[in-house]
Design a protein around this ligand. Structure first.
Ligand code: ADP
Ligand code: UVW
Ligand code: MG
Length: 414
């Protein structure tokens, strides 16, 4: 199953719970041909932003209802077609899809067959906000280009190297095994990319460095990466465990759920919605955007202050925990929307950790840039850095590598 033998372009679809991010990249030289985003899917005020990066056409933006993910994918296809970059292009080699949950089975990028798709569907109960959106993306793209290889790149793949003692919950083994209950971890594509870039920033090979990666977006997770391999991560069976997130609680005593059902009369679905959609920052203060929370703090808002403090306290605990797991840490690296943009979060997360060699330089931390950068002073024992993540580029790279290997397999002369 290969695309046209000389095609080098990859379309990447990163379908989230309420958004689709996409990029069209030519893998011959890594040139981005178009990038875009459909957000607030399902609301009246959905927004489509498309930026062609070839030719003279500029950024286009429109607001209006995009009812569901299938409609969002249609909007993406239309925007690309408008610039002559449509899905019918013979230069397209493959479509790469971010798939959040790959369960036990997928530890590498995988060409999507009916059987692979069925397995991704089987995992919906453990990634209810994410896998359904990924599946719609895959189905729509396959319908538009049934001849092209469609590749799934799994959020869970990078974490399959976790040792058993980090991946297994301390519950009855037979029950856990019967239901495949274990810690899988997510955002792996980002953790892999960012830890590799961090090694580059340090001027070392990935094998030589130990890194703590803090991926702080809407969903947020931390990982401990030893010599390029993940040894622990904060998300678990589902993307609910670990850090405080935009709308998710992160770590919580599981007995809270029994209590809510027995005492507050909530159903399973009520509790699920509470912990996934009405908790985290939004549950604590009504806002999940860190910019808005900082603005409110500047105005003296106590609820916003407390939400920020709870967010940062959890983050600091994970930095300490992963420091202990790794023993020696070369770098603590911040990434994703909050990690890349919020200097106050970075500063507060390492405040008081000087004894661990962790310090942030106020001037360096205030720099705004799209480039990987160090924010700790020269004398610091541990480098604190900001490395912008690029899940789409990483997915495109892994997708194209698989297609290229397939081509070579199909034609030994190639
Ligand atoms: N300039 C900024 N300052 C602080 N936080 C920001 C800024 N820009 C974005 N963010 C935060 O980043 C979040 C989105 O992160 P992102 O990684 O794009 O999320 P996701 O990919 O999970 O949708 C926003 O909800 C907001 O809290
Ligand atoms: C797995 C996960 O939480 O993803 P996102 O941050 O895109 O919601
Ligand atoms: Mg993200």
């Amino acid at each position: 199953m290969t695309g046209p033998a000389t095609a080098t372009r990859v379309l990447v679809l990163n379908s989230g719970s309420s958004s689709v991010k996409y990029q069209l990249i030519d893998m011959e030289d890594g040139t981005r041909l178009a990038v875009g985003l459909v957000e607030r899917i399902g609301e009246e005020t959905s927004r489509v932003v498309h930026t062609p990066l070839t030719g003279d056409a500029g950024r286009r933006e429109r607001t209006g209802p995009v009812p569901d993910h299938a409609a969002a994918l249609k909007a993406v296809a239309d925007e690309l077609a408008h610039d002559g970059l449509g899905l019918d292009s013979p230069e397209l080699a493959a479509i790469g899809h971010r798939v959040v949950h790959g369960g036990m089975r997928f530890s590498a990028p995988t060409v999507i067959t009916d059987e692979v798709l069925a397995e991704i569907e089987r995992l919906v109960p453990v990634a209810p906000l994410h896998n359904p959106a990924n599946i719609t993306g895959i189905r729509t793209a396959r319908a538009l280009r049934p001849d092209l290889p469609q590749v799934a790149v799994f959020d869970t793949a990078f974490h399959t190297t976790m040792p058993e003692y980090a991946a297994r919950y301390a519950i009855d083994v037979a029950t856990a095994d019967a239901h495949r209950i274990r810690r899988y971890g997510f955002h792996g594509t980002s953790h892999a990319y960012v830890s590799r870039k961090a090694a580059e920033l340090l001027g070392k090979a990935p094998e030589e460095v130990n890194v703590i990666v803090l991926h702080l977006g809407n969903g947020a997770s931390a990982s401990a990466v030893r010599g390029g391999r993940c040894v622990d991560t904060s998300m678990g069976l589902t993307p609910l465990e670990g850090l405080v997130m935009g709308t998710r609680s992160g770590d919580i005593d599981p007995a809270v759920t029994f209590h809510l059902k027995r005492v507050a009369g909530m159903s399973e679905d009520d509790v699920d919605a509470l912990l996934n959609k009405r908790s985290g920052l939004v549950g604590l203060c009504g806002d999940n955007d860190m910019r808005e929370i900082r603005r409110r703090i500047d105005e003296g808002d106590e609820r916003a202050r407390l939400a920020f403090d709870i967010y940062v306290h959890r983050l600091k605990k994970y930095i300490g925990a992963y420091y202990a797991v790794l023993g020696r840490v070369d770098a603590v690296v911040f990434t994703a929307g909050v990690g890349e943009n919020s200097a106050p979060v970075r500063e507060a997360a390492v405040a008081g950790l000087e004894e661990l060699g962790l310090v942030v330089d106020a001037d360096l931390n205030a720099v705004r840039s799209d480039e990987p950068r160090v924010v700790s002073p020269d004398y610091a024992r541990v480098t604190v850095a900001v490395v912008p993540t690029d899940e789409e580029l990483e997915i495109a790279g892994q997708t194209f590598a698989l297609v290229a290997a397939d081509r070579r397999g199909g034609d030994p002369e190639a």
